[in-house]
Design a protein around this ligand. Structure first.
Ligand code: ADP
Ligand code: ZN
Length: 526
């Protein structure tokens, strides 16, 4: 139990008010802080803006000694250090940009226990000389921000993050709080395994962003569509994400010649220009930033009214993060993606030089993205299902809900698909199951002897195509009849609901997929 002394409870509330100026804790904040103060490992999974930072800042202030905060970006560290200092709290960061004098001040304040929060990047943490002095210090606990960087299944993998556990053990026996705004069940498991915190208390809040409207359009004549869309949202703040620096420049230019105030942002610009363009956006000197995904982390503009993906993103995690920058004030937020299979082919080419494992991972993530674009299922249900959140209703507020694709009834097809899952011992993904059902001949089918199964080729009686069966299997997964195996990515198992269904099947309404290629041609003819 994490029952704390009532006097501690009161004193935490007072600090919340006196230091941060907040009269109430939000969501699970108080419980998380109690947990940390009781020395229990905590795992916090909450969307951006939920108030994760307070979950380690306040206990750090309330504890003796120094809390270590591991953070991937200098900009993020600097923001927090400035904020804490403005509140009168001694917080500092440790990185290679510090002068000798600054460095010795950090060390002195840590060793004499006046420093409450020490921000550090994993790369600095691994340095011998830093480790030596941290071992001598009185460390209260370790916070790991952006913990998804540990996982190759996340959207910004940082190899150094994988060394964190070893380093913590080297410093001492310390409680850990890991925090992230993106965790699919797969990433969540990776984080827990890697940090050896399977025992941690998990605090997870819903990833549903109710005010965001999700929409995908075929990428035909996208430049014209883009200009029209932004003009229809005149004076509103928005972000346009592109895949390459070159495209960023081109689109920013295009918008400018069309009387839309826009600036580019990407890692190829010098830091002064980046800073200037970012400030111009925050101060509303320009309406639109055209950016690569380098733009956004740590940027807190509450009234971004639209986020446009001019090019398809690499993963649904990235997509969720990027669209999440719209409507942070809870008001209007429009998320529009232009989709074309050509972009997917391009993205696949980027993976060419990666190792086999990395390429397979990247491909899986991309295929989830493709499936999201193609399915006619409520976008929100799809997204939330990806994050392990089951919804039993359509949202009514996405393009698939408002402009539905053609529907059809299925029952015998679903029974057959579930039987295929069982007959293959619940060890395969949607694509392989579709191959089994359509009686496809390939090396996997042969090597597993799946051509001998009763269900092999049985799907042909209903529909010939692999795409049909893939889509059906993905839909019934979102609807909870199948569960994804978290340990083996993409592998599907029968859920209890699926089991019940087989015992007593009924007819379900499913959606036909989008066909963006045909839609593109139509749009071009217009
Ligand atoms: P996250 O790290 O989850 O993205 P932040 O820690 O940056 O979120 O917090 C988002 C915003 O919410 C910040 O402006 C923060 O000051 C504010 N906030 C955090 N906790 C509270 C609270 N208890 N009451 C009011 N505002 C809060
Ligand atoms: Zn919907």
């Amino acid at each position: 139990t994490t029952q704390l002394d009532p006097s501690v409870q009161v004193s935490l509330k007072e600090k919340l008010k006196d230091i941060f100026g907040f009269s109430q804790f939000r969501g699970d904040q108080e419980a998380i802080i109690h947990n940390i103060l009781a020395g229990i490992n905590s795992f916090v999974i909450m969307p951006t803006g939920a108030g994760k930072s307070l979950c380690y800042q306040l206990p750090a202030i309330s504890s003796e000694g120094t809390a270590i905060v591991i953070s991937p970006l200098i900009a993020l560290m600097k923001n927090q250090v400035d904020q804490m200092n403005a509140f009168g709290i001694n917080a500092q960061f440790l990185n290679s940009t510090l002068t000798k004098a600054e460095m010795s001040k950090v060390k002195k304040d840590t060793l004499n226990g006046t420093l409450k929060l020490l921000y550090i990047a994993p790369e600095s943490l691994t340095k011998e000389e830093n480790l030596d002095f941290l071992k001598k210090a009185n460390i209260s606990f370790v916070a790991i921000d952006e913990a998804h960087c540990i996982s190759e299944w996340g959207h910004d993998f940082r190899p150094e993050y994988r060394k964190i556990r070893g380093i913590i053990d080297n410093i001492g026996n310390l409680p850990v709080i890991a925090l992230t705004a993106t965790a699919t069940p797969k990433v969540q498991l990776d984080i827990q395994k890697n940090l050896q915190m399977e025992d941690a208390h998990i605090y997870k809040t819903s990833f549903n962003r109710k005010n965001l409207y999700y929409e995908i359009r075929p990428k035909a004549d996208a430049k014209k569509q883009l200009i029209r869309y932004i003009k229809n949202n005149k004076g509103k703040s928005g972000i346009v994400y592109c895949l390459s620096r070159k495209m960023v420049e081109e689109i920013a230019e295009l918008l400018n010649v069309n009387d839309i105030k826009a600036l580019p942002y990407h890692a190829g610009l010098d830091s002064q220009t980046r800073m200037h363009n970012q400030d111009a956006f925050l101060n509303e000197d320009v309406d639109v930033v055209v950016a690569t995904i380098a733009f956004g982390m740590g940027i807190d503009k509450p009234d971004v009214r639209f986020v446009i993906h001019y090019d398809a993103p690499k993963s649904l995690e990235g997509y969720y993060q990027e669209t999440g920058r719209a409507g942070r004030d809870g008001l209007e937020g429009n998320c529009l993606m232009f989709y074309s299979i050509d972009d997917i082919v391009k993205l696949e080419k980027f993976n060419k030089d990666k190792s086999v494992t990395e390429r397979d991972n990247a491909r899986h993530l991309l295929m989830e993205m493709v499936s999201y674009a193609n399915l006619g299922v409520c976008r929100r249900r799809q997204l939330l299902s990806y994050f392990g959140e089951y919804q039993d209703k359509d949202c009514g507020f996405c393009d698939n809900c408002m402009k539905p694709t053609e529907k059809f009834k299925a029952q015998d097809e679903i029974v057959l698909a579930l039987q295929a899952v069982l007959q293959t011992d619940q060890r395969f993904d949607a694509a392989h199951l579709a191959d089994v059902l359509t009686g496809t001949e390939n090396q996997y089918i042969t090597s597993y002897e799946h051509h001998n199964l009763a269900v092999y080729g049985k799907g042909k009686e209903f529909n010939e195509t692999v795409e049909f069966w893939c889509s059906l299997i993905r839909q019934i997964t979102i609807y909870g009849y199948l569960d994804k195996d978290v340990d083996n990515y993409g592998v599907l198992k029968l859920s209890q609901k699926g089991q019940n269904y087989l015992n007593d099947p009924y007819s379900i309404t499913l959606s036909k997929d989008h066909n963006y290629e045909i839609d593109e041609e139509k749009a071009e003819d217009e």
